[in-house]
Write a protein that binds this ligand. Structure first.
Ligand SMILES: *Cc1c(COP(=O)(O)O)cnc(C)c1O
Length: 834
């Protein structure tokens, strides 16, 4: 029996996306699924159903879902090779994927069959879905964006490959001890990894160190790099299924393995121990994800990681070209999209390959390279702009440093040709910074080499041109463009919010999942009382579901009838978790001091989720403070349970999927001009939370779309921030002038939240009073006033629900499918193949 027969004889599956799967895929029936599942359990897992553990069952289920996608995947890999259409190589050091089983069940359209099939075996599929440890191969927004993008690329059928690093340990697992963050290693591979396919036979050899030499070869100067050591990069392939379109793209992550040659040399010298140590050294390269978000630490191993994955990816791509391929046509075949500066070392690497290995002349190679790269900038913070000391780069990648120097020399010559010998300008624009130490500015290198430079929200792209790279925007005005970020509606609506998804499908049909603009059709439903009631019931059900999750993992719950006020994102001073804390402390203080009767408080649960970089002391102190505030507020009987602070540890994609659909209020309160885009803000709005936010990042576009009536705007806009900064900001004056603020800060300073010990939070208090780089105090009173507007609005539940529906209806723009279409139109010019 072929699958096509099965589909034809099973009405439910006649139009199933896998109905046309080639021979070899298991039959698309409950019985077919059961048979394949049991086969995998017995023959891969080596256990019987009755003897199997949850882990055995999870692995067998994962393999079964995989088996259904396999024929499509193999076909798509073959087709991409054969057609040789221009393809996108997305280069990203991070992919914050989230659980794969959930996603692949939905993408394959197998969720119903699988659920029924497992029930036939007496298994609740929910238990197996909950068993998966998510691959946390990213820090936060940047890594999650890459994961949304590969999902959209597959759903849109764009020929593409995501390239990255298979970290053995992803982002740390966060626990709290006495309210303080403790980091545990994330052993996500420990229980087996059914989603990956290693291909050691396709390993690339990556070189480091050594020296270069030049020789004159019949009048042509040739440079040779003689490296000191090498490591193997072994690719692991992951399926990236499009949403029910029969398309399966590939994510290819590299793992470091010691090369035999390297070990043997030492081993032959008779030092076995040293040989083993050498192996460990090489394999360290893909051992662990650096847990810094936005604040790179300039570690040597990190540069090794960057070069390792980028060199392997370029070599891998070139290996797939026909043997007789004319490299002059490379720009017709590929665009390497650089996700932030992490992969920018790809620029000198491609030049090295073209010039040194393929014998191309420099100018021809440079003309090609300039068309093959495009760069996405993700920041506005100067400390986040990556630089590599020349000393380090020269030691690790001597040939690449020479190439960077030559690129810079020629670029500065062009600058001189345009502006004359304006030494100030030359120093400003040089790829090489001289102070505080000689180093390579990776963003500048990317701006010089890239065919396009994009910011990730309208405001960010504007500030990128005006503040971060103004000289480059003037020199290359045609390069600069914007692509506002997006999020995948598959994971963040369809998967995370099945209740709302069903309601949307009932109202609009199911096309919204791949055409999110259709949410516009929801606007009239906002005026329909019965729809509002159904929408409100979904939100209430999502709060109950969140409570089940929180109860099970942390023994917590949001309060009954509470406004659920959520701030989940990495802990960073610019994101201003402290502003939210001050608001909570202020509410608490005004009740316990008797200035406000507790009955006047709108019942609220404030839910935080945030990891701090392990070396970021101030961020860790803020985590400690949030937990301290929670212990005091949650247990004070005078609050009558009307104010609660929850801080479930280890915020990750899986927790986001429970938290975001349950939220009423989305906190997006960064200092204006600091958050490049944000994507959490989009997830919340799409799930019917109202935003309280500053005019920052994509908040600006969210507010424009949903309308001022459906968004709580507060605080300084970027030009005001800039003016205040220039005028000289003195936070202690704000403190002196605002009694409410003073009472909140004084309460923290008093030690009342830290068992009487004033020293614990003193660094936070003095930082706020005397530095306050992100102007928390300056925006405090506006924030408190906006929160009062929130309370007033929430009192009218029906009007609130109407606003929430309008948020959903008007945020279709924030689908990552739209972002990818913008990349295609503005940057890549690849033909979609679907
Ligand atoms: C979306 C997401 C982020 C990014 O959140 P921002 O509020 O945009 O900073 C970070 N972490 C996880 C787990 C996410 O899903």
């Amino acid at each position: 029996m072929t699958p096509a027969d099965t589909a034809a004889t099973h009405p439910l599956h006649a139009t199933h996306p896998l109905a046309l799967a080639p021979v070899g895929a298991p039959p698309l029936t409950v019985d077919g699924f059961v048979a394949q599942f049991l086969h995998n359990l017995n023959y891969d897992g080596g256990v019987t159903l009755s003897a199997s553990s949850t882990n055995d069952r999870y692995l067998a289920l994962a393999c079964t879902v995989r088996d259904y996608l396999m024929a499509r995947w193999l076909e798509d890999q073959r087709a991409q090779l054969q057609h040789q259409a221009k393809s996108v190589c997305y280069l990203s050091a991070e992919y914050l994927l989230g659980r794969q089983l959930d996603n692949d069940l939905i993408a394959s359209g197998l969720a119903e069959i699988a659920t029924e099939a497992l029930a036939t075996c007496g298994i609740d599929i929910a238990e197996l879905r909950g068993h998966e440890i998510e691959p946390g191969l990213g820090n936060g927004g940047l890594g999650r964006l890459a994961a949304c993008f590969v999902d959209s690329l597959a759903t849109l059928g764009v020929p593409s490959t995501g390239y990255g690093i298979r970290y053995e340990y992803g982002i740390f697992r966060q626990t709290f001890e006495d309210g303080q963050q403790v980091e545990q290693p994330d052993a996500w591979l420990a229980l087996g990894s059914p989603w990956e396919f290693p291909h050691p036979e396709q390993a690339q050899t990556i070189s480091f160190g050594g020296a270069t030499s030049t020789s004159d070869d019949a009048g042509v100067t040739r440079t040779r790099w003689t490296p000191a050591w090498t490591v193997h990069a072994v690719p692991y392939n992951y399926m990236v299924p499009g949403f029910q379109n029969g398309r399966v793209n590939t994510l290819r992550l590299w793992s470091a393995v010691a090369t035999d040659a390297f070990d043997l040399r030492i081993f032959n010298a008779g030092d076995y121990e040293q040989a083993v140590r050498a192996q460990t050294f090489a394999e360290n390269i893909s051992k662990v994800l650096y847990p810094e978000d936005s604040t790179p630490q300039g570690k040597e191993l990190r540069l090794q990681q960057q070069y390792f994955f980028v060199a392997a990816s370029i070599a891998d791509f070139l290996d797939r070209l026909p043997a007789d391929f004319d490299l002059a046509r490379l720009p017709d075949r590929v665009i390497f999209q650089l996700n932030d500066t992490h992969p920018v070392i790809a620029v000198p690497e491609l030049m090295r390959v073209l010039v040194d290995e393929r014998g191309m002349d420099w100018d021809a190679a440079w003309a090609i390279a300039q068309q093959c790269f495009a760069y996405t900038c993700h920041t506005l913070l100067p400390e986040a702009l990556e630089v590599w000391p020349v000393e380090l780069l020269g030691r690790l990648l001597p040939r690449h440093l020479e190439i960077v120097y030559r690129i810079n020399e020629e670029f500065l010559a062009a600058v001189r040709a345009r502006y004359g010998d304006d030494e100030m300008r030359i120093r400003d624009m040089s790829i090489i910074a001289e102070f505080p130490e000689r180093s390579v500015r990776m963003a500048y290198l990317a701006a010089v080499a890239g065919s396009r430079v994009n910011g990730v929200a309208e405001l960010h792209s504007q500030l990128l041109r005006e503040r971060v790279l103004p000289a480059f925007a003037e020199f290359f005005p045609q390069k600069f463009t914007n692509v506002t970020n997006g999020v995948t509606p598959r994971r963040f609506l369809r998967l995370a919010n099945p209740g709302l998804s069903a309601l949307l499908t009932e109202a609009l049909g199911d096309g919204w999942v791949t055409d999110l603009d259709r949410l516009r059709g929801l606007e009239p439903f906002a005026e329909d009382p019965s729809f509002r009631a159904a929408f409100a019931e979904v939100k209430a059900a999502n709060k109950r579901r969140l409570n089940d999750v929180l109860q099970a993992r942390d023994g917590m719950a949001v309060g009954d009838g509470h406004l659920v006020d959520v701030m989940v994102k990495r802990l960073h001073e610019y994101k201003r978790q402290l502003l939210k804390v001050l608001h909570v402390v202020s509410s608490y203080e005004s009740v316990v001091s008797g200035r406000i009767p507790v009955s006047a408080l709108q019942p609220r649960t404030v839910l935080f989720g945030a990891k701090a970089a392990p070396g970021y002391t101030m961020a860790k102190r803020i985590i400690h403070l949030i937990n301290a505030v929670g212990s005091v507020v949650n247990t004070d009987p005078r609050l009558d349970g009307r104010l609660q602070v929850l801080f479930p540890p280890n915020y990750n994609v899986t927790l986001a999927e429970s938290v975001i659909p349950a939220a009423d209020l989305s906190e997006q309160i960064s200092l204006a001009g600091k958050e490049a885009s944000g994507t959490g803000n989009m997830k919340f709005a799409l799930n019917g939370a109202l935003t309280i936010g500053t005019d920052d990042g994509a908040n600006v576009e969210i507010r424009e779309l949903v309308g001022d009536d459906n968004f709580f705007l507060f605080g300084m806009a970027e030009p005001e921030v800039d003016r205040l900064d220039r005028a000289g900001y003195r936070p202690s004056e704000v403190y002196q002038a605002d009694a409410e603020l003073r009472r909140a800060i004084d309460l923290i300073a008093s030690g009342a939240l830290s068992g009487g010990d004033r020293s614990v939070f003193e660094p936070i208090v003095s930082n706020l009073l005397y530095e306050d780089r992100f102007m928390v105090l300056a925006d405090f009173s506006a924030y408190v006033a906006a929160q009062a507007r929130v309370d007033a609005a929430y009192a009218d539940q029906d009007a609130w629900t109407r606003s929430a529906i309008l948020n959903v209806a008007r945020c279709g723009f924030f689908s990552s499918d739209r972002s990818i279409r913008d990349y295609i139109d503005r940057i890549w010019h690849t033909p979609p193949t679907l």
